[in-house]
Design a protein around this ligand. Structure first.
Ligand code: SF4
Ligand code: SF4
Ligand code: SF4
Length: 217
């Protein structure tokens, strides 16, 4: 008859095996996702959606950038029925995209950098910002925050970014944001003189850009 210690050991081992199986399943699901990191699935990126499919039986039809191809791959892996979602997915899927910043209009506010989930935009405060086209996943998350509306999304025949690299860049960014958040929580929030100056600069640059656009109408 097993002793209590043996039972505890067995339970721990079973728990560990389940954990390993779940981790491996999440990785397999994540490998099928396009790593656009757009959040259109209503999760905060591809990995959180992969976790939800593995752990909470989330539906497989929530990734428009992946389209029908990803839908079928997920159905095969998870032994689900893709046929009920094919028509809907054909309506939702779209061509890959890449962001382009119109150089004459960028005021260098850095808001697009803050929104980009894979750090695919470079530029400093008050300087022209540029999209690294080979890193841009076409998620479109930089468009809305731009106060002067100078970012266009251009359609592509095929993706230019590498999903494995996009996954890494997304994970690095998540780690960095988490560290920054912990640091913020442990110190009294206070805007520095440089931040206040940057805020004032952005406000006046946005005003100028709006006035210029109104004159052109
Ligand atoms: S590509 Fe977008 S919609 Fe698809 S799983 Fe990733 S974050 Fe979700
Ligand atoms: S540059 Fe814009 S569209 Fe491209 S990945 Fe970053 S946020 Fe998404
Ligand atoms: S959000 Fe728009 S204006 Fe601001 S830096 Fe990015 S592209 Fe330039």
């Amino acid at each position: 008859m097993p002793t209590e210690t043996m039972l505890d050991g067995h339970a721990t081992l079973t728990h560990l095996t389940n954990h390993m199986n779940m981790k491996s399943l999440i990785e397999k699901i994540d490998a099928l996702l396009p790593q656009t990191q757009c959040g259109e699935c209503s999760y905060g990126g591809c990995l959180p959606y992969a976790k939800a499919m593995a752990e909470q039986n989330e539906t497989i039809n929530r990734c428009p950038p992946g389209g029908v191809k990803t839908l079928i791959a997920l159905a095969e892996l998870l032994n689900r029925d893709a046929s009920v979602y094919i028509e809907e997915m054909m309506q939702k899927e779209r061509l890959p995209q890449v962001a382009f910043i119109r150089p004459d209009e960028c005021i260098g506010c850095t808001k697009c950098i803050q929104a980009c989930p894979v750090d695919a935009i470079i530029g400093g405060a008050k300087q022209l910002h540029i999209v690294l086209t080979n890193e841009c996943t076409g998620c479109g998350l930089c468009v809305t925050p731009c106060p002067v509306d100078c970012i266009d999304m251009l359609s592509l025949e095929k993706i230019q970014y590498q999903p494995a690299i996009a996954r890494q860049r997304f994970q690095h960014r998540q780690t960095r944001l988490e560290t920054e958040k912990q640091q913020e929580n442990s110190s009294i929030p206070q805007l520095s003189a440089a931040e206040l100056a940057r805020k004032a600069y952005i406000e006046s640059a946005v005003k100028r850009a709006k006035a210029k656009k109104e004159q052109q109408i």
